[in-house]
Design a protein around this ligand. Structure first.
Ligand SMILES: O=C(O)CCC(=O)C(=O)O
Length: 240
C-alpha cells in the first residue's frame, strides 16, 4: 500500500491499517525495549526510555503515511506505551476524542490523528481497538448511541492485528477498546500527530540530554518535536 492509497482508505473509513510496519528483528528490538520500560514503570515516558522509541516517531513505514494524511507540517503531540493485561475488563466506552473542539468543521478536517503500533498479536478476543467506519464524517454533535454493552455498537469494525501492524485513526472517528478476553497482553505504542502550529503535550525540556541531541540532529525531527526554527513561523514549517 502506498502512502496515497493509505490516505484514500483513511479518508473513506476514518482509519487505515498498516500491516507489517515492523519486521521481525526490529520488532524484537522494540518489544524488548517496551518490556524494559514497563518494568521501570515508564510507559508514560516512553520517548526517554530507549532510542527505538524516538526512531518510531519517524519510522520509514509509518511517517510517510502520517505525512500523506496530516500533511507536510506534521508534529508529534505525544508518545506513550500502553499495556492491557490478559483477561482484564479494561474496555472503554465508545467516544470521539475531538467532541469538545469548536470552531473547526471536524468532518472535513484532519486536526489530530493517533497511530497505534501493536507489539503483540491482538486477536479477535483481545483488547481490540474498534471503529465505526465513516463516523469521522458524521456532523458535529451527532449523538453516540446509548448502549448497555459497548460491544453491541452497530457497524463497528475490530482492529484485529498481528505484532508489527499499526492503525492510524482520525481523532474524530468513533472508537472504543474491547475487554481483553485473550491470553495475550496487549502492548501498544500510541503516538499522536497534529500540525506544527498546534500545542504538544510535552516541553522539549522533558527530554533527556541524549534524546534532545537525537532530535536536534535532524530537520524533520526538530519539526516533529516542535523545536523552534529561527525565522520560520510555526505555520510555515515543512518536512524536507
Ligand atoms: O486503547 C485503545 O485501543 C483505544 C484508545 C482510545 O480510546 C483512545 O485513544 O481514545
Amino acid at each position: 500500500m502506498t502512502p496515497s492509497q493509505a490516505r484514500d482508505q483513511y479518508d473513506a473509513q476514518g482509519y487505515v491499517i498498516i500491516r507489517g510496519a515492523l519486521k521481525s528483528g526490529e520488532l524484537k528490538r522494540v518489544q524488548d525495549a517496551f518490556d524494559r520500560a514497563q518494568k521501570n514503570d515508564a510507559l508514560g515516558d516512553i520517548l526517554n526510555q530507549d532510542d527505538v522509541f524516538v526512531d518510531m516517531v519517524d519510522h520509514p513505514a509509518l511517517l510517510p503515511v502520517v505525512r500523506a494524511v496530516v500533511g507536510e507540517d506534521a508534529q508529534l503531540r505525544y508518545g506513550r506505551g500502553g499495556l492491557i493485561k490478559p483477561h482484564s475488563d479494561t474496555g472503554s466506552g465508545w467516544h470521539c476524542d475531538l467532541s469538545e473542539i469548536g470552531g473547526i468543521n471536524l468532518p472535513e478536517s484532519i486536526i489530530m490523528t493517533k497511530l497505534f503500533t501493536y507489539l503483540e498479536k491482538v486477536p479477535e478476543t483481545g483488547a481490540c481497538l474498534a471503529c465505526v467506519p465513516g463516523s469521522h464524517r458524521y456532523e458535529m454533535g451527532h449523538p453516540l448511541p446509548d448502549l448497555d454493552d459497548h460491544e453491541d455498537m452497530p457497524h463497528q469494525v475490530k482492529m484485529v492485528a498481528e505484532a508489527g501492524d499499526a492503525v492510524l485513526m482520525n481523532g474524530f472517528t468513533w472508537h472504543a477498546r474491547f475487554h481483553n478476553r485473550s491470553d495475550i497482553p496487549r502492548k501498544v505504542l500510541e503516538y499522536s500527530y497534529i500540525h506544527s502550529w498546534m500545542k504538544t503535550q510535552y516541553e522539549f525540556s522533558d527530554f533527556s540530554a541524549h534524546v534532545q541531541s537525537l532530535i536536534l540532529a535532524d530537520h524533520n525531527r526538530r519539526q516533529l518535536f516542535g523545536v523552534p526554527e529561527p525565522e520560520v513561523s510555526d505555520y510555515e514549517r515543512r518536512f524536507v
